[in-house]
Design a protein around this ligand. Structure first.
Ligand SMILES: [Zn+2]
Length: 922
């Protein structure tokens, strides 16, 4: 990163606008802060030229700010008019100074500070403000040293609205301008100067002046609104409970407000909770679904924690453009529109996403908000818990959606990343801003969630819950570390053994591999277990690693099941069994975060007993089978034999899981003729299921599983299989759905779960003409879900001209920032568009980069992870090597991308011939 030190970078200086007099008058007028006492000594005759500051980059506090100055309260007064390009602010920060200082480090990024003062006792002095580093490390230099004690900082500033979906940014839709915030992790400093670290949890008094037509939402209810002398409305809000900077939020604009009434009191919460929905103008009616479903998601959370929603109100806000899925801001949760604005035509996939994300953000009100990590190395405490807890709450909300199975599938997906040498551990030391960004990844969320599930099973659900409740009680409205958490779980569950075992998963990377053996030679049958680190073919990782793994093995004989659970702390263990089983399932219940292996006969025996396994166990089996193939242990014909058997399993995740891996192999590992045979195989397995067993039209009262299976099969058949008749049928439906250019869409032509695959089929079958009709619908709509579906179909088009059009538009005004991210992802995921996407990325790199938020820059590098040839690898190195240090969060993404390509090359080298031989023999 470059720095802003010295004359070249230039510190941000006063840009006119506000003077100190106005600042003081403002404070007096709003009744906050202290009126200037007549006997205050004002020190103003000292200014040090900031260009000469003797601060070298290595001396800057780029991580934590230190202990010399601790904030205790903020009064933040903002002027936000999203029609303008700039906003203005005034912040008063009460601080406790712990040792004499003549300089104060704080955070502020891109702020034009026009006045800065420090008041300590009877002394008031002007301070000199300068931003010293791109990341937003700033320095206040004082004319004289201030001794330890209480003091007050006051800063007045203005700044540009961000253009990259972070800090305080604006979105224009239908000629109406809105402002939103996204402060996590380190972007509050774009909106106000302060001590932008999670450990500083203090009360905030917030006030926002806005134009009369605009609604203003922040963390707490409004206390009063008053008209200012220049005609704006100044909204003053209730003091917040103690909060870190990253959880403050603002939303300002001509919103549609929906107020269905408060969420009623319940067994845990004895007062109703004020509750509103907020959306861009015209979109209020689309909030109905989310408003109706919120109580059913919040109630199980309050019951689990045994404590009420910890804040005085709840607003859920749909933002037309938002970088993440959602953000758990206290009292003002902000969502990407497609997650919150669902209608009757929403697919089950969208309903699952809504339930999961909404429950996740609500769970954060405890994990993260009520109890906050002291530093970003413990962000897993927020994200792993919210992920794990969300599945619990969302499963209670809609058991028919089978959400715990989705959680398990995602955790298994994450094992691919966790099998890399360049993976992170869940609790990773944070030494740079890149590390902070990297911490928000699948390892934190999904592996973290899976490890929690495993230890919940280990100590028991009630005991674990008691530990969680104890943790919330101990640290309510404060901060806590991983150590605090483990102590709470050990104390609450009265099971101290959990701590070292938990730590073995938290503080080292990788996936354990449990190899099982069976000795039935005499009359005391023995199960042997051996642990190592899972290592795919071509990997240089050291397999010699030890965890404390809670292993549960099911020994199957006839229809009998004997279950043995053992905490495997040593490299090997021998466990006596009651009788010699016919088959072993080494991850009974599927809740263990590990992979396992069996002998060839062991696989055959287990695959013959698939019906005795739960869907969670079946998913674990598919993962370990696939992992065995990638490690060079399981031959391809075992996968080929398992494919049709697994496809017939009733659960939709199970029935399509191996087919997804199969599709990846056919696109990466083999040449065209073998690929054609593999596509034909997928079609022969799945096409009859869709066309004969399920049909394209939902039956009345069919289960969510059936509808989901229909959607998943259609997706595979359109994208990965050779199924022309079915594709033509779906294209015809898509045609009817989109409707004529001069008429309306026919929303009844397709069920929600078929819309995506059908639009894709339409583009494949009908090309540019159909694409033009899709663009007309896209341009005419601000419906995020419809736009997302259309963009997906167009981004994955096999026709080069259709893809070029998507790329051209991605750089123009018509696409939102989050839609540009989607285009990149879709085009690189799809084998047919990958080469064209790569040419585009290299050619228009700077223009694409400018359209992405800082924290999406690592995704530019990750696009290349699907390549599987030496020549592409060389291109990736040539292109990214010189750029990687300049992209936020990219060094790790780059290492992982190259490693994935290398592993794929090794797998191709080792397996391509075997796959070809197996396919030729069929
Ligand atoms: Zn989260």
């Amino acid at each position: 990163m470059t720095t802003k030190i010295g004359p070249g970078g230039g510190p941000f200086r006063l840009a006119g606008g506000f003077g100190l007099g106005l600042l003081v008058a403002g404070l007096v007028a709003c009744g906050q802060g202290q009126p200037e006492a007549p006997d205050t000594e004002v020190v103003t005759d000292w200014v040090q030229p900031t260009a000469e500051l003797p601060v070298r980059e290595q001396d800057l506090p780029l991580g934590q700010l230190g202990e010399a100055v601790i904030p205790t309260h903020y009064a933040l007064d903002l002027e936000i008019d999203p029609v303008r390009d700039q906003f203005a602010g005034r912040v008063t920060i009460d601080v406790r100074i712990t040792e004499p200082v003549d300089r104060i480090y704080l955070h502020g990024r891109g702020l034009q500070v026009s006045a800065a003062t420090l008041t300590a006792g009877q002394t008031r002095m002007t301070a000199d403000y300068a931003q010293l580093h791109d990341s937003g490390v700033a320095l206040l230099t004082l004319p004289v040293a201030v001794s330890a004690g209480q003091a007050q900082l006051e800063l007045e500033y203005q700044a540009d609205f961000s253009t990259t979906l972070d800090g305080l940014y604006k979105v224009v839709e239908n000629d109406r301008a809105y402002a939103f915030t996204q402060f996590e992790a380190i972007s509050a400093r774009l909106a106000f100067p302060g001590f932008d670290e999670p450990r500083f949890k203090v009360p905030f008094d917030l006030a926002v002046s806005a134009r009369p037509g605009d609604v203003v939402i922040t963390s707490t209810p409004v206390r009063r609104s008053e008209t200012t002398i220049d005609g704006a409305i100044r909204h003053v809000f209730e003091t917040t409970p103690p909060l870190p900077t990253y959880l403050i939020a603002f939303a300002v604009g001509p919103f549609d407000m929906r107020e269905p009434g408060p969420l009623p009191a319940n067994a845990v919460r004895d007062i109703p909770l004020p509750f509103r929905g907020v959306a861009a103008a015209g979109k209020g009616p689309q909030l109905a679904y989310a408003l109706d479903e919120t109580e059913a998601l919040l109630t199980p959370l309050e019951a689990y924690f045994g404590s009420p929603h910890p804040y005085p109100k709840l607003d859920i806000i749909a933002a037309p453009d938002f970088a993440f899925g959602a953000m758990e801001n206290v009292g003002a949760i902000i969502y990407r529109e497609q997650l919150l604005l669902l209608d009757a035509h929403a697919s089950l996939g969208q309903q699952r996403s809504f339930g999961m994300v909404h429950a996740h953000e609500l769970a954060h009100q405890w994990f993260g908000n009520l109890v906050t990590p002291a530093w970003w190395d413990d962000i897993w405490l927020n994200e792993a818990f919210a992920t794990w807890m969300a599945y619990k709450a969302a499963d209670a909300w809609r058991p028919d959606l089978l959400l715990p199975l989705q959680a398990q599938r995602r955790a298994l997906d994450t094992m691919a990343t966790d099998s890399l040498q360049s993976t992170r551990q869940i609790r990773q030391p944070i030494t740079s801003n890149d590390d902070i960004l990297n911490a928000f990844d699948g390892i934190t969320y999904r592996k973290g969630g899976a490890v929690l599930s495993m230890f919940e099973r280990f100590v028991g659900e009630t005991a674990f819950r008691d530990g969680v409740r104890l943790h919330m009680e101990r640290h309510a409205h404060g901060v806590a570390t991983a150590e605090d958490f483990m102590q709470s779980i050990a104390d609450g569950s009265q099971n101290p053994d959990v701590v070292p075992a938990f730590r073995s998963f938290l503080e080292q990377p990788g996936v354990p591999l449990i190899e099982t053996g069976l000795d039935c030679a005499d009359d005391s049958p023995t199960l042997t277990l051996r642990q190592s680190r899972y290592r795919p073919l071509g990997s240089a990782i050291d397999a010699n690693r030890r965890w404390q793994v809670p292993v549960c093995v099911a020994a199957l004989s006839g229809d009998q099941r004997e279950q043995v659970c053992h905490l495997l702390t040593e490299p090997d263990a021998s466990i006596p069994l009651g009788r010699c089983p016919e088959a072993l399932l080494p991850n009974a219940g599927g809740a263990g975060y590990y992979r396992w292996s069996l002998s060839a006969e062991g696989w055959t025996a287990l695959l013959q007993r698939l019906d005795q396994l739960t869907p969670a166990e079946q998913l674990s089996l598919i993962d370990s089978l696939d992992a065995g193939f990638r490690a060079g242990v399981v031959p391809f014909d075992v996968l080929a034999n398992a494919l049709p058997v697994l496809a017939q399993q009733p659960n939709y995740e199970v029935a399509t899981r191996l087919s997804q891996a199969w599709a990846e192999y056919q696109s990466q590992l083999v040449d065209a003729p073998v690929r054609a045979a593999m596509k034909a195989r997928l079609a022969s397995v799945h096409a009859p299921q869709l066309s004969e067993q399920l049909g394209l039209d939902p039956r009345p009262d069919e289960s969510a599983n059936t509808a989901s299976l229909r959607g998943a099969l259609a997706r595979i058949l359109v994208e990965d299989a050779d199924a022309p008749a079915l594709r033509a049928q779906l294209a015809q439906r898509a045609d009817a759905y989109i409707g004529p250019s001069d008429g309306a869409m026919d929303l009844e032509a397709l069920s929600g779960d078929l819309i995506g695959p059908a639009l894709q089929a339409g583009v494949i079958e009908r090309g540019a003409a159909f694409a033009q009709r899709l663009w007309r619908r896209f341009d005419a709509s601000t419906d995020a879900i419809l736009r997302q579906r259309i963009l997906k179909a167009l981004s994955r088009a096999p026709q080069a001209d259709v893809v070029s059009e998507v790329q051209r538009r991605a750089l123009g005004e018509g696409l939102r920032s989050n839609e540009v991210i989607q285009v990149l992802r879709e085009q690189f995921e799809t084998a047919a568009t990958r080469a064209q996407a790569w040419d585009w990325l290299r050619q228009d790199f700077e223009a694409i980069r400018e359209r992405l938020p800082d924290y999406a820059q690592d995704r530019l590098v990750e696009t290349a992870e699907h390549f599987c040839s030496e020549s592409r690898r060389a291109e990736v190195v040539r292109f990214f090597e010189p750029r990687v240090d300049d992209l936020m969060g990219a060094p790790r993404a780059y290492a992982q991308t190259l490693e994935r390509i290398d592993l794929c090359l090794a797998l191709r080298e080792a397996r391509a011939e075997q796959i070809a031989a197996v396919m030729a023999a069929r």
